[in-house]
Design a protein around this ligand. Structure first.
Ligand code: ADP
Length: 262
């Protein structure tokens, strides 16, 4: 991560201040404040029901907040929701993938929605799917589908993309392939905000992690700092830690080749 190493003052791309959201009497988000910086991979973690989706959907201008301040790419969600939509990349629901269209046609369609033109093959090659340009979504493997879903977030050349559990349900090799793709996208200058339930994924990918519980932020730091803070409290692992994991065994047995994932 460049800004961490250089210690240059990073520029914020998302500002959230005292965000609150209630569904009827139920307070799902209770006074959330955090900043996401340009060029980072930011992880939003927490148990089911913590309020992650609610928070992200408010930031993506898909859901109304109850109160608080949210600014994305310098635009207020209250005044400039349309400008924000132009600047961000969101994964579409799979129902948005018209079954009769192939990947090239779908990307062309999404570009049309943004009133822009793209080279579908260029985007497909970025996610290593150029050989599937004429395939339909239903013909893709789980990993390929996720990569295509990420490709769809890139059609409007966004400054920040939002990925919701991008590797859930994938095999270990496909997950690693996705991790490298996410790093490549960030290396090209795009900020990445993601949710995940996989702690190894968060540790490997995220520059900083926000942990939510019951609508509140309970921690926000780099993975390293969060682990150090726990150790400083005297935490010790109960079990002896082996130098390899079962996942390492799986990868060693099934091969290291990560691309292309079938
Ligand atoms: P997470 O993404 O962390 O699992 P959510 O933001 O989906 O959490 O949900 C936070 C809480 O708000 C949960 O208790 C959930 O049941 C509730 N909730 C989410 N959406 C709605 C809704 N549309 N109406 C009522 N309650 C909701």
């Amino acid at each position: 991560m460049t800004w961490k190493k250089n210690y240059q003052m990073p520029e914020s791309i998302i500002e959230v201040k005292d965000l609150q959201k209630s569904y009827g009497n139920f307070a799902a988000v209770r006074g959330l404040s955090f900043t996401i910086y340009q060029g980072e991979i930011f992880g939003l973690l927490g148990p089911n029901g913590a309020g992650k989706s609610t928070t992200l959907e408010i930031i993506e201008t898909l859901r109304e907040k109850s109160s608080g301040f949210v600014q994305v790419c310098g635009y207020s969600i209250d005044k400039d929701a349309e400008a924000i939509k132009r600047e961000i990349g969101m994964q579409l629901q799979s129902s948005g993938y018209y079954p009769g269209l192939n990947l090239t046609q779908l990307l062309g369609l999404f570009a049309g929605l943004y009133n822009t033109t793209i080279d579908p093959l260029k985007i497909l090659s970025l996610v290593n799917l150029e050989d599937k340009a004429s395939a339909k979504v239903k013909e893709l493997s789980g990993g390929q589908r996720q990569r295509f879903s990420i490709a769809t977030t890139l059609v409007n050349r966004p400054k920040v993309i939002f990925l919701d559990e991008p590797t859930t349900g994938l095999d270990p090799q496909a997950r690693r392939s996705l991790w490298e793709l996410i790093r490549t996208i960030r290396a090209a200058g795009t900020t990445v905000v993601l949710t995940t339930h996989y702690m190894d994924e968060a540790e490997y990918l995220c520059d900083r992690i926000a942990i939510m519980d019951q609508g509140k932020l309970i921690a926000l730091d780099t993975p390293d700092a969060l682990i150090d803070q726990l150790l400083q409290k005297g935490f010790e692992r109960k079990k002896d830690v082996k130098a390899a994991t079962l996942e390492d065994v799986f990868i060693a047995l099934t091969g290291h080749k990560l691309e292309p994932v079938q």
